[in-house]
Design a protein around this ligand. Structure first.
Ligand SMILES: Nc1ncnc2c1ncn2[C@@H]1O[C@H](COP(=O)(O)OP(=O)(O)OP(=O)(O)O)[C@@H](O)[C@H]1O
Length: 251
């Protein structure tokens, strides 16, 4: 099984991580490291286990085998796919962004003038200045994503995990937010981006992890996103899809 090691101290690493749903592995024996100060693309065919692996890195998967070592990061920002968010209840933009400050003010802590200024600054940075009082349910999908980026900004996390954040976004918004990601990596944060946009991964990311239930390839994007590796990933994904159980169990 390949295991992706990176130079320097990784922000997070998994060891032999397996996650199954009703006995079927979604992620199989993945040993991977995510480098600090870099943008890592997590790519692979549909159903390859990308969202499951990302959720496990965030600590949002209750049952798994193997290990996830988060000792090197104090705070993690996790942006699941926008479609999984329930915006049916009344909540304002300011409340969502301020939830990123819970580590500082506590769940019931008051938002003071310093925090309000920080929230306003974060909304400015993502192009939503002045929308603090807007209801979340009144926002477009792209604006919702910007709000979630603003929350990650105030959270000041060392590891930022993003699940297809640009799926519903226009080019301008995508370019703006990719710029935000670049600022974060320059500050030393580790950023993981689940994406199906291979052109974007090639041009905007530093590293890639190619997943097809198991880890197929890892390293700098130019070495990972080759046609050979991508066909291998499709083949491996198909084998996992038709297998009854963990087809590599005997390997
Ligand atoms: N809650 C769940 N219950 C049962 N099976 C699940 C669940 N979540 C994911 N799976 C299965 O696990 C596998 C991996 O799913 P996952 O969403 O992690 O893949 P993905 O690579 O993110 O897919 P996509 O690119 O289509 O978003 C799939 O076969 C999926 O059907």
């Amino acid at each position: 099984m390949p295991s992706s090691h990176c130079p320097g101290e990784p922000a997070i690493r998994t060891h032999d991580l397996t996650i199954s749903y009703r006995g079927r592995p979604a992620v199989w024996r993945v040993s991977a490291e995510i480098p600090a100060g870099a943008l890592t693309a997590l790519v692979g065919p549909n159903g390859a286990g990308k969202s499951t692996l990302l959720a496990a890195l965030a600590g949002a998967v209750p049952r798994f085998e193997g290990a996830v070592d988060r000792a090197a990061v104090r705070r993690i920002a996790y942006l699941p796919q926008a479609s999984t968010l329930d915006l049916g209840f009344p909540i304002r933009v300011q409340e969502v962004v301020s939830s990123g400050l819970w580590f500082r003010i506590g769940s019931f802590g008051a938002v003071g003038s310093a925090e309000r200024a920080q929230i306003a600054g974060a909304l400015d940075a993502v192009g939503l200045g002045g929308l603090e009082r807007r209801w979340m349910r009144e926002l477009s999908a792209g604006q919702v994503q910007r709000v979630l980026f603003a929350r990650a900004l105030v959270q000041d996390a060392g590891l930022v995990l993003l699940d297809e954040p640009f799926a519903a976004m226009d080019e301008r918004t995508t370019a703006d937010l990719l710029g935000v990601l670049r600022v974060w990596t320059r500050e030393g944060k580790a950023v993981v981006l689940v994406t199906h946009d291979l052109a974007q991964a090639r041009t905007r990311c530093d590293h890639a992890r190619l997943l097809a239930t198991e880890l197929v390839a890892f390293g700098p994007v130019s070495e990972v996103l080759t046609s050979e590796h991508l066909s291998a990933a499709r083949r491996v994904a198909e084998q996992w899809r038709i297998a009854d159980g963990p087809y590599r169990a005997a390997a």
